[in-house]
Design a protein around this ligand. Sequence first.
Ligand code: IPT
Length: 267
Amino acid sequence: QVLGLATSSLALHAPSQIAAAIEQRAGEGGYSLVMAMVRGSGPDACRQALQELRAQRVDGALINAPLGRDDAAALAGAAGAWPLLFLDTDPAGTVPCVLFDPAEGARCGAHHLLQQGHRQIALLAGEAHSISAQLRLQGWQRALAEAGLEPVAVQYGDWSAAEGYRQTQQLLASGTAFTAVLVANDQMALGVLRALHEAGRPIPQQVSVVGYDDTADSAFFYPPLTTVRQDFRLLGAQAVDTLLAGMEGDMRSLTLPVALVERGTTG
Ligand code: IPT
């Protein structure tokens, strides 16, 4: 049997590490994996990638590209009996999915900063159209609101280090006072660290930074990044196993745990 993966750009660290983990698990089981890139965003881009997979006669497919509830439901409906498993959608939706809990991940990061006494917290969210970016942002805002706080700034980036760098330069130039930044992924956090270094703001003495993902390189940033761990190996294994079960008619959604990993950018 052949498995398919429709994925967000593999130029991004998280999707590429997720794809590697999926490929590994598929290989261990003796299955081959065919990949199709989702070029751009939204349901049409996904539909195109799924068509490419179907043309290559895959028996079922994983979709790691951001899709809101309705778009995911429409794609699943159009697929009929062809099994689809979603890896980047709203956990409150109706389609089968294997996901890390975005609300829990966001809460972990925000509580860590609140426990350390931070009150002036800036938010750097991910791409505005991404459902996961939206849910992480909502989770941060809820945690701050529960502590009687509002973020001192809310900015968005495209998940890249370059954008993390640029957005932090803008935040610094705006004169907004902040002692901590919650960043929606580690790649953007890499750029945040450099912008803070260049501005002479020592980390963590003057500014704390919390990332999200715990990609393979994040422990080697300088300082080593405090972040919210999503275990991509686990995701890859569970996604393949769940899809295989789904192809036998027993597809069950799964929520995977996240955990705060405390390193050198906070404390
Ligand atoms: C999500 C990553 O956390 C983020 O860093 C970015 O790479 C994004 O994917 C790309 O879409 S992980 C996803 C399974 C929610």
